[in-house]
Design a binder for this molecule. Sequence first.
Ligand SMILES: C[S@@+](CC[C@H](N)C(=O)[O-])C[C@H]1O[C@@H](n2cnc3c(N)ncnc32)[C@H](O)[C@@H]1O
Length: 288
Amino acid sequence: MGFKQKLQKILKERLTVEEIKLLPRGFQTLDKIMIIKLHPKLLNKKEIIAETCLEQLPYIKSVYLNQGKIKGQFREPENIRFLAGIEDPNVEHKEHGIIYRFNIEKIMFSKGNLFERKYLVSLVKKGETIVDMFAGIGYFSLSIGKHSQVSTIYSIELNPVSYEYLVQNIKINHLEEKIIPIHGNCKEEVMKLSKSGIQADRVIMGVFPAPKDYIKEALSLTKATGTYIHYEGVVDKDNDLVLYNEFLKIAEDIEYKIRLDSKRLIKSYGPGLYHIVYDIFVKKRINN
Ligand SMILES: C[S@@+](CC[C@H](N)C(=O)[O-])C[C@H]1O[C@@H](n2cnc3c(N)ncnc32)[C@H](O)[C@@H]1O
């Protein structure tokens, strides 16, 4: 029996027929916390629903309600609220052999990006230098640091709260030798790296909206033999090259030759919209 059917069975005496139909089909778990989304018509029954969820799943210690989106430059959860159990939003979420420590009320964690966190690792070759321009709490950096033979990852993060977790996560996953955390705006921090002679085999540009204003900085890290840039954004499925074409225009205007190696739709982002990643190979024209 599915989660929704179970809830429906237990709550049929306490909810109306309409409310029963609107119960959620699933939930997100982070460590021992369950995060649910509820239809607005169920909000006045949120405590009963949360208590029932707790009773059904003994490994869950708290239930939180997610009523918002991911907002702003820091990509923070807009509205996550405690509902039942033990009130403690701090988690140590385990995924793919990595511990991600963070506060679920302040930091986003998309389970929909799990495939991408694993996939990027598979592309990394021994001895690579990587710059993770929008590192967050280490979503990609930790996974690559742990499961590849990368040499060095420069992980740049602007939000002081995320940066603090990034530093802690590097430590608790024992990746101090591979990951160098940098607190600051990648627009300036990348230029400091490139001016100091750092060139990258791979640059990760994982943020929404597509970080078009940071393309020139990313290109400044290009190696003579070429560099891979993983560029993210949200596109209409029927027009999925639009962001790549923007990238191409900027790169060509400043003398870079680029090639689209592949692209992936990661997850749905609303009706007709998809989170996309482009794997772009770039090389300075002058070197060819
Ligand atoms: C959370 S991850 C992105 C996950 C997902 N792709 C999304 O945007 O919903 C992006 C991180 O980039 C950070 N960030 C945003 N602008 C930045 C900048 N200019 N320099 C460095 N980090 C930045 C945010 O604080 C955030 O932690």
